[in-house]
Design a protein around this ligand. Structure first.
Ligand code: PGA
Length: 257
């Protein structure tokens, strides 16, 4: 059977985690801008800490760099000390929100149920969610990768309509590859991405699955991005450590197409 030509545009996203003050964020964007201004082959986004969102968005104006939040709460306002709402980050200049990152799941007890509420709330505020999924090393070693990632997919996207899915991205980030320097091989990542796309076809539709961007995350570097991006179901990268330096992030953005 002939496979349809996917219309998916590559996405390279930088997750700055709890790094960079307001001043440092503005400086990093300033350094990044000239290195990516001619990069039209992919969407580029960075996720600074909450405090720097507004300033980073101003600094990125006139460039292809879009801004993402690293998390948000599902309510629009209220007595939720320490939380930030979708409308707040949208007003600060965000167009995207990373949700359910494995650090939030494992260090802060975030459940897939919470991720699904956050995804719905993000979409309602006009943001595009990037929903993260990924197995722990012990789960991979015991052959449970598909069970774990499949369960996270179903629960984290529960309740989304097909239209909502068309504004959503997935990031597959095996926990054992995050910040360890040990990326999944392109074959390993492709296998899980194809599994996720198959599941999206089952839960939503074939067409929705074909259009769904699935990013890979976990020790992506300038040296391994080309091999990953060459794979059919790998549509982009969610980059942690290597997104904190303008040169290395730009080298990833400018991967070999
Ligand atoms: P890393 O992080 O690139 O430093 O492995 C990726 C992520 O956590 O999104």
């Amino acid at each position: 059977m002939e496979s349809p030509t996917p219309s998916r545009r590559p996405v390279i996203a930088g997750n700055w985690k709890m790094h960079r003050t307001v001043r440092e964020s503005v400086e990093l964007i300033r350094q990044l801008k000239p290195l990516v201004e001619a990069s039209r082959h992919c969407d580029i986004l960075v996720a600074p800490p909450f405090t720097a969102l507004w300033s980073a968005a101003r600094a990125a104006e006139g460039s292809p760099i879009a801004i993402a939040a690293q998390d948000l709460h599902w309510e629009s306002q209220g007595a939720f000390t320490g939380e930030v709402s979708p409308g707040m980050v949208a007003e600060a200049g965000c167009r995207y929100a990373i949700l359910g990152h494995s650090e939030r799941r494992s260090l802060f007890g975030e459940t897939s149920r919470a991720v699904s509420r956050k995804a719905e709330a993000a979409l309602e505020a006009g943001l595009n969610p990037i929903v993260c999924l990924g197995e722990q090393l012990s789960e991979r070693e015991s052959g449970r990768t598909e069970e774990v990632v499949g369960g996270q997919f179903r629960q984290s996207l529960a309740g989304l309509t097909e239209d909502a899915l068309s504004r959503t991205m997935i990031a597959y980030e095996p926990v054992w590859a995050i910040g360890t320097g040990r990326a999944a091989t392109p074959e390993m990542a492709q296998g899980v991405h194809a599994f996720i796309r198959g599941l999206a076809a089952e839960v939503f539709s074939r067409q929705a699955a074909e259009q769904l961007p699935i990013l890979y995350g976990g020790s992506v570097k300038p040296e391994n991005v080309d091999g990953l991006m060459a794979r059919a179901d790998i549509d982009g990268a969610l980059v942690g450590g290597a997104s904190l330096k303008a040169e290395s992030f730009a080298a990833i953005v400018n991967f070999q197409t």
